[in-house]
Ligand binder design. Structure first.
Ligand code: NAP
Length: 261
């Protein structure tokens, strides 16, 4: 694709690193100006803003914890005031406290749901409200919302019940909201990534373990943030105007079964 998002205004949550960063950079390469959200307590977002500006686009750090409704509401207001509108929202931020159900401490379960499920809800709700305030174009979409789910919405990875529950929920949120907003020409779609090499995964696996394990994915390698970013950019583009309520696996065939040799 080339420059399909020229001068569109995008917000990507959890975009300081990993898949969110990959999405933010892909949207910027396609011409969008991007608000880069991450937690205030890390300094990841500033570096991504520099990378986006180096591409010739505008960019803004918008720190917020997506689990906090008031912070998400204020973030959407800040982005809309700074850029004049919001065309694309990508609800990417997520995390998982990994513990077996039998041993799980409630704080970890709750935090996982608050960020990975409710954080997506807050982002989608406030972004959609903003898009509805903006005049509808004569043709085409009024706004694009992309939710980052996971193949674990369907395949239950052990020791991650809260995460699996959240990912199933955001897929259903996406379909529900898509139905509610179709007449308004706001597209809502979910990308369900497979196994992607990100700093989040490298908390649990070394680079070498990820590379070796990736050979068992049918495509023969683990995914990259750019694999997801390119699909997000497509879903945010005019070319995808007639796609809404879709849940799209981007997993190199992961869900077809591991290639065991
Ligand atoms: P990552 O490498 O951990 O990056 C996530 C970013 O989001 C980090 O900068 C993190 O900050 C930030 N963040 C965490 N909690 C936040 C909050 N409450 N508000 C705002 N920002 C927050 O994660 P990733 O692997 O790229 O995953 C991104 C999304 O893709 C998640 O929704 C994840 O579930 C999904 N996903 C990932 C994979 C995979 O294999 N990597 C597969 C399927 C789906 P800190 O680092 O300071 O916590």
């Amino acid at each position: 694709m080339t420059q399909q998002l020229t001068d569109k205004i995008a917000l990507v949550t959890g975009a300081g690193q990993g898949i969110g960063r990959g999405i933010a950079l892909c949207l910027a390469r396609e011409g969008a100006h991007v608000a880069v959200n991450d937690l205030a307590q890390n300094d990841h977002a500033a570096a991504v803003v520099d990378e986006i500006r180096a591409l010739g686009r505008q960019a803004l750090v918008v720190s917020a914890d997506v689990s906090q409704r008031a912070e998400v509401e204020a973030m959407v207001e800040t982005v809309s005031a700074h850029f004049g509108r919001l065309d694309i929202a990508v609800a990417n931020a997520g995390m998982s406290v990994r513990q077996p159900v039998i041993e799980a401490e409630w704080d970890g379960v709750l935090r996982t749901l608050e960020v990975t499920q409710f954080g997506v809800y807050h982002t989608c709700q406030f972004a959609a409200r903003q898009m509805l305030k903006q005049p509808a174009p004569a043709v085409g979409a009024r706004g694009k919302i992309v939710i980052i789910g996971s193949v674990h919405e369907e395949q239950p990875v052990p020791e991650s019940a809260a995460y699996n529950m959240a990912k199933a929920a955001v897929n259903h949120l996406g379909r529900t909201l898509a139905g509610e907003l179709a007449a308004e020409h706001i597209n809502v779609n979910v990308i369900n990534p497979g196994w992607i090499n990100t700093p989040g995964e490298r908390k649990y696996f070394t680079e070498e373990q990820l590379e070796i394990a990736g050979r068992n994915v049918p495509w023969g390698r683990i995914g990259t943030p750019e694999d997801i970013g390119q699909v997000a950019a497509f879903l945010a583009s005019d070319a995808a105007d007639y796609i809404t309520g879709a849940s799209l696996r981007v997993d190199g065939g992961y869900m077809l079964g591991l290639r065991l040799r």
